[in-house]
Design a binder for this molecule. Structure first.
Ligand code: E4P
Length: 217
């Protein structure tokens, strides 16, 4: 499973990218707001840093306007994936931009039917939002399983990009189900390294090393 980081914080992206932990980046208008930066400027900086797909989201609601915005965003760099919402207009924009050879990430997906439509429109990525479904007492991971099954049944090539990930557990569950990519905030990716027994074991080793007077360098 590929990892994308879900942020517009360039310091956090640089840290994970230098470690080889991420294969791409996703942003959205809320993350751009949080960064306090201009969308074109910060997206260019991210694209210069990361070689994999960098999702940048349109803000228009009508297909023609989304297409114009998508074309402008795609001019930033070759690795831009234009993010459009899963609305009828978004699907129209997806089809046009895909036919032009641009990567398209269809976002705000909450049902298997929506994912089917995105695949028919030629989306490069479909972004089902796990956490926001869980917030409503629904099971976001079930949606990932359903889409995996449907895409495999018919050989759709659209990549399942599990989004709205809130925990390290979501990451391993998505990998078990077979999501192609999972996008998570930096803190969730880092939390994947944590285990109470690792901390406990390390405490003991540090204590014992001190008592044994071990010195290596
Ligand atoms: C995906 O591309 C979105 O940017 C993101 O995963 C949304 O996550 P949230 O539900 O935590 O805002």
């Amino acid at each position: 499973m590929k990892f994308f980081v879900d942020t517009a914080d360039t310091d956090a992206i640089a840290e994970l990218n230098d470690l080889g932990m991420i294969d791409g980046v996703t942003t959205n208008p809320s993350l751009i707001l949080k960064s306090g930066r201009d969308i074109l400027e910060v997206t260019k900086e991210i694209c210069d840093m990361v070689s994999g797909p960098v999702s940048a989201e349109v803000i228009a609601l009508k297909a023609d306007d989304m297409i114009a915005e998508g074309r402008k965003l795609a001019e930033i760099a070759d690795n831009i994936a234009v993010k459009v919402p899963l609305t009828w207009d978004g699907l129209k924009a997806c089809k046009v931009l895909t036919d032009e050879g641009k990567m398209v990430n269809v976002t705000l997906c909450f049902s298997a039917n929506q994912a089917l439509l995105a695949a028919k429109a030629g989306a490069t990525f479909i972004s089902p939002f796990i956490g926001r479904l869980d917030d409503l007492n629904l099971d976001g991971l079930d949606l990932i399983s359903d889409i995996r099954e449907i895409y495999d049944n018919y050989g759709y090539e659209t990549n399942i990009l599990a989004a709205s990930i809130r925990s390290a557990n979501h990451m391993s569950e998505c990998a078990k189900i077979g999501a192609d990519v999972a996008t998570a905030p930096p803190n969730v990716i880092k939390a994947m390294a944590n285990h109470l027994l690792t901390d406990k074991g390390l405490d003991q080793f540090v204590k014992d090393a001190k008592e044994a007077g071990i010195k290596i360098v």
